[in-house]
Design a protein around this ligand. Sequence first.
Ligand SMILES: O=P(O)(O)OC[C@H](O)CO
Ligand SMILES: [Mg+2]
Length: 240
Amino acid sequence: MANSTSSGSTKGSITHVIFDMDGLILDTEKFYTEVQEIILARYNKTFDWSLKAKMMGKKAIESARIFIEETGIDSLTPEEFLVQREDMLQSLFPTSELMPGASRLIRHLHAKGIPICVATGSHKRHFELKTQRHGELFSLMHHIVLGDDPEVKQGKPSPDIFLTAAKRFEGGPIDPQNILVFEDAPLGVCAAKSAGMSAVMVPDPRLDSSHHGGADQILSSLLDFNPSDWGLPPFEKAAS
Ligand SMILES: O=P(O)(O)OC[C@H](O)CO
Ligand SMILES: [Mg+2]
């Protein structure tokens, strides 16, 4: 995938950064895919990325409803789908690994004094499991907004979660024009843009490019991010 940038974004005015978590900081989307494939097989159906694109980034119950609607599995309710996947997810999440370039970028921005936070559709119980091995890295975040936060009325693509995250920075609410969001999911990019923020998308390469619309910049990996493109302090060394 070629890296690309669209015009019209507010490059140079970025003062704050919001990170998505699943599929962006942590390589956890593969767990959701694996578990969905297992459940679909029970109903003689197969997984496809257009379904995943509609589910990624949403709150659990919202994505479960989409799963049932889109697959037409009428013998399963969204709540039962969540129960079926829970044991499998609970054993996979504690093994979560970082996505390439995530640690380097988070540590760099933190060291340069750029306020950073996380806005994830993931709820608290899953967040704790996923971040078990990464507590020190997540402690660099000024704050973390979770999908089950009472202020987040609707999941992505609603802007709720990003506007809540903008409020909670020191001196908040921060003007959305000064915020850069990193996202892997089409609905996440849509939420960031609806919030009036700039969005860098780092999509899974298997996601069809028709789902890339709306992002201000598309990257193959966080390792390819150049802070100077956005007026942020440059890395001192090239990525290794
Ligand atoms: O991509 P996130 O971090 O918003 O997480 C959302 C769900 O938990 C997984 O798609
Ligand atoms: Mg994500």
